[in-house]
Design a protein around this ligand. Structure first.
Ligand SMILES: Nc1ncnc2c1ncn2[C@@H]1O[C@H](COP(=O)(O)OP(=O)(O)O)[C@@H](O)[C@H]1O
Ligand code: SF4
Ligand SMILES: [Mg+2]
Length: 357
C-alpha cells in the first residue's frame, strides 16, 4: 500500500449553497405539484491532493451532489468554482466544455458504465479525441496503452471489449478513461460497492497510488464508512440533502458529534470495536425529501432530540477548528436546555461552550 501524503491547503473546488429540487409533475399539462429536495444547499471545499468522503444512507443526495458539480444534472441554484474559475453552475454547456476536462467521474457500476460495443482502446481514447489531446493514430494509441498500464492492465487490453473483463478490471478501465484527460479532480461515486471485497482493496490502493503520483483530488462518495475511514482525509456526512457534519476523518470517526453520524458509525463492526461504541439502532427509514420533517430533518429518528429540535433547522456551525456540525446540542443558545441524560450521550469531549460558534 502507498505512503499517505497530506493534501496541500490550495482550494481546488469550492461549492456553495448548491441545490437541486427536482420538480414533481402531474396531469396532462404537467403541472408542478411539489419538489424532491435531493440536494438542499450544500457547501463543500476540496484541496489539491485531498480525498473528501461524502457519506450517508441511500437516498440522502450523494449521487445528485456529485452529478450537480459535473453538470450532469442542471443545478437549481448555487455556486461551483474550480480554483478562481467563474461560477460553473451558471455556464451554458458550451461555456462549460473547457472546464469539463479538469473534473472527471468514476461510476458505481463498472458493467453498465462502459459501452459494450466499443473496444477498451476506443473507450479510453474517446476523451482524448474530444478534447483534442491526442486526436488520432500512433500518438493516441500510445497514450491509451500507457494509461492502461498505469491502472494495472496490459497494453493488449486496448483491443478487447468490456465483457471480456472482470468487475475489478472494468473499474480500472473506467479509471483509465477518467485519467485520459489529465483531470485535477475525480468524483468517484461508490466506485467499489459493486466489487468483491478482495477486489475493493486493490482498486482503493490504485486510487491512493494515483493520488500520490499525480496529486489528484477525490470526492469519494460512499455509504461504506470503513472504506471512507481508510481512504479519506476529511469526511462530510449528508442527511436528506444537507451536510450535517464535516471535518477531518479522525475527528469524525473517532469523536463524532452529530447523532446521525454516531448512529452510522455505531453500525460499522470494526469501528465499533475500536471505540467501544454501543450500537444505535435508528428508528424508521429516511423520510421523503419531498416533505422533510419540520425543524431538524433528523428529529423523528434522533435518540437525543430535545426542546428546539422539532421547531428550527440547526445551522451548520464550527464547533472546533475544522469541524462543523448542524445540531442544536452544539449551539450555545440551547446548551442550558439539553437534558442531563442526553448530555451524557454527547461527544466525550465536546468543545467548551465559550469556544462554540
Ligand atoms: N432525476 C430525478 N428525479 C426525481 N428525483 C430524483 C432524481 N434523481 C434522484 N432523485 C431523488 O433524489 C434523492 C437523492 O437521490 P440520490 O442523489 O441518488 O441519493 P444517494 O446517492 O445518496 O442514494 C432520492 O430521494 C431520489 O429518489
Ligand atoms: S438537532 Fe436535535 S434532533 Fe437534530 S440531530 Fe441534534 S439533537 Fe438530534
Ligand atoms: Mg448514490
Amino acid at each position: 500500500m502507498s505512503e499517505r501524503r497530506e493534501p496541500s491547503t490550495e482550494k481546488i473546488l469550492t461549492v456553495r449553497e448548491l441545490k437541486k429540487h427536482f420538480p414533481i409533475k402531474s396531469g396532462l399539462l404537467g403541472a408542478v405539484k411539489g419538489h424532491v429536495k435531493a440536494v438542499d444547499g450544500i457547501d463543500l471545499d476540496l484541496c489539491k491532493g485531498e480525498t473528501l468522503g461524502l457519506v450517508g444512507e441511500s437516498g440522502c443526495g450523494k449521487t445528485t451532489a456529485g452529478r450537480l458539480i459535473l453538470k450532469l444534472v442542471e443545478p437549481t441554484s448555487g455556486d461551483v468554482r474550480l480554483g478562481d474559475s467563474p461560477n460553473l453552475a451558471t455556464l451554458s454547456n458550451r461555456e462549460w466544455m473547457p472546464w469539463r476536462r479538469r473534473i472527471q467521474m468514476i461510476f458505481q457500476d463498472p458493467f453498465s458504465s462502459l459501452n459494450p460495443r466499443m473496444t477498451v482502446g476506443s473507450i479510453v481514447g474517446e476523451a482524448l479525441a474530444i478534447h483534442n489531446l491526442a486526436p488520432r493514430g500512433e500518438a493516441r494509441r500510445n497514450r491509451v496503452e500507457k494509461l492502461l498500464e498505469q491502472v494495472g492492465l496490459s497494453r493488449e487490453a486496448a483491443r478487447r471489449f468490456p465483457h471480456e473483463f472482470s468487475g475489478g478490471q472494468r473499474q480500472r478501465i473506467g479509471i483509465a478513461r477518467a485519467l485520459a484527460v489529465e483531470p485535477d479532480i475525480i468524483i468517484a461515486d461508490e466506485p467499489v460497492s459493486a466489487l468483491d471485497v478482495s477486489i475493493q482493496a486493490q482498486v482503493i490502493n490504485l486510487l491512493e497510488d494515483l493520488q500520490r503520483d499525480m496529486g489528484l483530488s477525490f470526492l469519494f462518495i460512499s455509504h461504506d464508512l470503513s472504506v471512507v475511514g481508510h481512504l479519506c482525509h476529511r469526511v462530510a456526512v449528508m442527511y436528506l440533502g444537507k451536510i450535517v457534519e464535516v471535518g477531518p476523518t479522525r475527528a469524525i470517526m473517532g469523536n463524532s458529534r452529530h447523532p446521525y453520524t454516531k448512529a452510522l458509525l455505531s453500525a460499522v463492526p470494526e469501528i465499533e470495536k475500536d471505540n467501544r461504541r454501543k450500537r444505535i439502532v435508528l428508528e424508521g427509514d429516511v423520510p421523503s425529501p419531498v416533505n422533510p420533517p419540520q425543524g431538524c430533518h433528523f428529529h423523528p429518528r434522533c435518540p437525543m432530540r430535545f426542546g428546539p429540535c422539532d421547531k428550527h433547522y440547526p445551522e451548520l456551525r464550527e464547533v472546533t477548528p475544522g469541524v462543523k456540525v448542524a445540531c442544536h446540542l452544539y449551539d450555545p443558545a440551547h446548551q442550558a436546555a439539553v437534558p442531563e441524560p442526553v448530555r451524557q450521550l454527547m461527544s466525550p469531549d465536546p468543545a467548551p461552550v465559550g469556544s462554540l460558534g
